[in-house]
Design a protein. Structure first.
Ligand SMILES: [Zn+2]
Length: 180
């Protein structure tokens, strides 16, 4: 891990149980709340691997990372009653792949558009840094939504699995053929 990478440092802090923004570990990344909560519920999904571009991940890892990011975004939207989710992978400052997930609400910027139209001193001002009480509340809300979304997804995957087994049975196979 590159020592100068802020994201790698934050992941190291999660592993040491020293990252107050940590929400949950998934297979391909870590869900954390953003330091600034000007847009309440602003969440990050940090990739476990230090790569700078999505296409540098192995194909299966990339698909899993995208799927998990989408589930986190869905949970984030539900948790914070978003009218619209904004999802961005930028990495101009910190190049390690990480998603910015913004729950957006009508009228939350002066003119409808990206969050970055908000002056940075407003968006990252000291007054919008989450205090421990607010952070705990946001984490609980997001964790509950993650539980619901992940459970629903697991059910969908089980249904697909069962359907596949049934189709194999109908086609005369006694069990799924691994080489199909
Ligand atoms: Zn890194």
């Amino acid at each position: 891990m590159p020592k100068e990478c802020l994201i790698c440092q934050r992941i190291a802090a999660i592993k040491q149980h020293e990252n107050p923004y940590f929400v949950r570990e998934l297979a391909t990344g870590y869900v954390v709340l953003a330091d600034s909560q000007y847009f309440e519920g602003y969440t990050l999904f940090l990739g476990k691997q230090h790569v700078t571009e999505l296409h540098q991940l192995a194909p299966q890892t990339k698909i899993a990372f995208l799927e998990e990011m989408s589930l986190v975004a869905e949970a984030c939207g539900q948790a914070f009653h978003a009218d619209k989710m904004n999802i961005e992978l930028l990495g101009n400052g910190d190049a390690h792949v990480h998603w910015h997930l913004f729950p957006r609400h009508a009228g939350d910027t002066a003119k409808a558009g990206p969050v970055w139209w908000t002056p940075l001193e407003t968006m990252y001002g000291d007054d919008v840094a989450a205090d421990p009480v607010r952070l705990a509340r946001l984490k609980t809300t997001l964790n509950q939504a993650l539980d619901a979304v992940l459970l629903k997804r697991a059910g969908e995957l089980r249904a697909v699995h069962d359907l596949t087994l049934n189709n194999h049975a109908r086609a005369g196979h006694t069990r799924p053929q691994a080489t199909d």
